[in-house]
Design a protein around this ligand. Sequence first.
Ligand code: F0G
Length: 422
Amino acid sequence: MTIENALFWMNCIKCDTVFKENEIRYVCDCGGLLDIKYDYDRLNIDIEQMKRRPLKVWRYRELMPLKKESKIVSLNEGGTTLYCCENLAKILGLKHLFVKNEGENPTGSFKDRGMTLGISKALELDKKVVACASTGNTSASLAAYSANARIRCIVLVPSAKIALGKLAQALIFGAKVLAVKGNFDDAMHIVEELASRGMIYLLNSINPYRLEGQRTLGFEIVDQMGVSPDRIVIPVGNAGNVSAVWKAMKEYETLGVIKSLPKMCGIQAAGAAPIVKMYETGAEELVPIANPETIATAIRIGNPVSWPKAIKAMRESGGTALAVTDQEIVEAQKLLARAEGIFVEPASASSIAGLKKLVERGEIDSDEYIVCITTGTGLKDPDTPIKSCKDEIIQVSINIEEITEKILGEKHEEKPQITVSL
Ligand code: F0G
């Protein structure tokens, strides 16, 4: 279904009901999530012209569901590096491995891609108060874009389970920070209720506009590689991003930019893996996990709101869903840092841990072109690496002999050895 004369509209993924682009709603009356659909014929999309613009989120502005360019709130997001990781590829026995490092975004995570559009849309819809529930990165990003837009921002975070760097960001950007005595899922439930009472404009990924901004991650990967990769490995928490990237790939196929599609592989932490469970059992409904637990606090989520979109992305693409343990996450964080010089947070390292596991299981062909998405910088959450590397710190006195002995006394390798158990 379409809406006459509209360039874009909202569409229920469950029952196909359509809603006008400016209707304030996050789900259909049937409970289904909403997607943004476009009338591509009327959008005047010139891919070659887009490609001449700088690699940034707003390179794709004709594919962004915003009517007034004057409402754009941008901190120069997108255009993150796609690293060709030859060292890591060699260690894992692969030939073509890339890491798309989303930690390079303005507030240090991929959330900025969604927030630049989400906040611009909030202004276009004349919204004065925005809010989200967050494990940290969403709150940091929403707070920054709200500050720039000069609108009120409220964030609900699980108390004591948020990395300090992320909390510091939300605070310094001037958001009202409510530390909920519960987990992310409790906070999410509350903001959904506040939104249904009309108190706030909700900018979690249940808001389909936010995901439209996030899908530029997929467009960028293709623009950087020139083709679609064979496989994209991506961490999954509240489950919005994996479907956003998948949507981008399908749109690029529709627009004739790519001829093949990647397999989407979603990675969850073992203590918070309800979507993996669904995938493994072939279930049609998600069974929430009551007390999710993982060192990767960003994806410590037991009842992800966007699960229907995420499971569809993985099943439709012929991909997979996989759980990795905290131990595997910590090892992968170290491995990526030491093999490539890329420092990512634990949740982001889950994509590397997931890839390693897929290789070990023989599910990957060594010729495949693979992109791992690392979703956020490691600098916001130094606790994990400090703990995992603390035994490597060598205490010394201010004594040149002792220091010389420490440097030379141990077996000196030309290059640090990276241990992997393959
Ligand atoms: N990686 C990082 C670093 C994240 O912060 C998140 C989500 C994800 C992966 C998962 O993405 O939710 O789209 O599946 N963080 C949210 C937050 C929940 O509140 O910052 P997703």
